[in-house]
Write a protein that binds this ligand. Sequence first.
Ligand code: NAP
Length: 343
Amino acid sequence: MKEKPIVYVTRRIPEAGLRMVREVCDVRLWEGELPPPKEVILREVADCEGLLCLLSDPIDAEVIGAAPRLRVISQYAVGVDNIDLGAATARGIPVGHTPGVLTDATADLTFALLLAAARRISEGIEKVKAGRWRTWEPLGLLGADVWGATLGVVGLGRIGAAVARRGRGFQMHVLYHDSIRKPDLEAELGLEYAELDDLLAQADFVSLHTPLTPETHHLIGEEALRRMKPTAILVNTARGPVVDIEALVQALREGWIAAAALDVTDPEPLPPDHPLLELPNCVVVPHIGSATVTARERMAVMAAENLLAGCGGNGCRTASTRKSTIRNTQHGTRETEVQEPLQ
Ligand code: NAP
């Protein structure tokens, strides 16, 4: 009987996915709450055929180089900016990810943050808990209207479009900026395309939904923040480094913009003494965009399918029979199917 392929799973994911992998693979699971240290990853991948990893694991050229038998990298996330796609591609290793199944969960969280910042929810909660709620205040905790305001969506992909849909549901005027125009979505949802500078100047809420790439790194820096309205609110559920966090601190302190709401930061996690956390006009949550039971289960199943499809043979479903389940991100972050069975 052939031996099961060895796979390294860098964190406990929902059982629905782990079970699938265990059925056909020899699973080595990092049980720690925090990410495995780099030296552990380097050691574990040395004889692995598959790697199931998280966005907090740096899968760089060194890790890929330390894994001579590696046949697939399966990321338990849609963003793959922690993985050296060039190094994986050079070795012919497909990189799977989990697009689609977390879109609505992340869009919901985006809107929760947008509403929280607009209506100053965390300031209100703190006030009540601190016993400072003494009466109904005619001038207390006044926020911004969401309905009827202009929402600017930067990156009209899966999540951006889902956020735009929610914006339309709130009777918002929705502008978007993307690398390409999307006439079908414009017509379907009643959206208006804008150049980034125009979107920044006009939007009451700017919501970021691009992947993190060299092009989007610090896309929102001092210049962009100064272009926004002093009443504007920035929402980031994309990736922390899309925003220059030092410039954001200055913008929030000096009133270039009114507020920010962040699911993602740079660095992650933010140290507890980070200046951003002292600002009342900034809401920060710990990267929970996809954190619903259903989304995480579906991500686990998709990540397992990608891993198994990439491992191939030895009882694993091969890429040739399961190729449609691999969301291959070798060519940028586009969804392309693996066309050839993996050898
Ligand atoms: P997606 O469907 O690929 O959407 C990204 C969109 O951004 C695409 O339309 C892309 O256009 C566009 N884009 C790329 N570079 C751009 C630029 N420089 N300027 C304007 N638009 C640009 O991906 P998705 O599923 O919506 O996910 C988006 C990102 O959200 C992920 O990459 C991930 O980092 C983040 N995310 C965060 C969480 C969370 O927990 N907070 C959860 C899920 C995802 P092209 O296709 O033409 O490049």
